[in-house]
Design a protein around this ligand. Structure first.
Ligand SMILES: Cc1cc2nc3c(=O)[nH]c(=O)nc-3n(C[C@H](O)[C@H](O)[C@H](O)COP(=O)(O)O)c2cc1C
Length: 187
């Protein structure tokens, strides 16, 4: 017999995305979001509560950046998810992180993350809180790249948010080749 559980976000792995925005005085805010996903090859969607400082900032600035939490950035990312910018307007300074402006749009690039995206606000769904952003550029540090110009997930040490155990989890080793493993069933 299956156990029947209440609905919850159970499509794994969930990301641990940092959404960075500019505050009205030009300082940088950041929050953590697990409810985010690709929508198209150059479009992301993040589901944000309307009471977040991040949402106010996106509405005003029409731009944001996204970063993938890695094993060495967990503590800062978790803090960004624990405390609102309304309470700590200088979250980046609190954790000792640094930023510069984006190359393609006016959004903060947080130096300490190895993989990030510059996004401009595209549209939103007020009913669901989904905010859609067009990705203008991806930033990846040299040390997370492989010899073929792809991001090496093993080198990047990206973590996933596990809402069941409320932990951040390391991604595992590859177990099979995609787009090939099912070949023997082809007719
Ligand atoms: C692991 C984790 C995942 C979270 N995921 C989301 C999310 O997907 N959407 C959301 O609106 N808030 C999410 N939050 C809560 C926000 O990150 C948190 O309320 C944050 O303080 C908002 O910051 P801001 O007010 O400065 O924007 C998450 C928090 C944690 C710790």
């Amino acid at each position: 017999m299956d156990r029947i559980l209440s609905p919850r976000p159970l499509i794994y792995p969930l990301p641990a995305l940092v959404v960075a925005t500019y505050n009205e005085d030009g300082s940088v805010n950041a929050m953590l979001a697990a409810w985010g996903c690709p929508i198209d090859s150059d479009m992301v969607g993040i589901c944000l509560s309307s009471d977040h400082k991040t949402v106010e900032n996106i509405h005003r600035e029409k731009a944001f950046s996204l970063f993938l939490t890695t094993e060495d950035t967990i503590e800062a990312s978790d803090y960004f998810g624990l405390v609102s910018g309304y309470k700590d307007p200088h979250k980046l300074e609190t954790v000792g992180y640094h930023s510069r402006d984006g190359e393609k749009c006016h959004c903060p690039i947080i130096e300490e993350y190895s993989i990030g995206m510059e996004c401009v606000f595209d549209h939103e769904e007020p009913d669901t809180g989904m905010i859609y952003g067009k990705v203008l550029a991806i930033h990846a540090k040299e040390e997370v790249m492989d010899a073929n110009g792809h991001i090496d997930l093993a080198k990047a040490k990206i973590v996933s948010f596990d809402g069941e155990s409320r932990t951040y989890r390391r991604l595992g080793e590859p177990v099979a080749v995609a787009y090939q493993s099912g070949n023997r069933f082809k007719k």
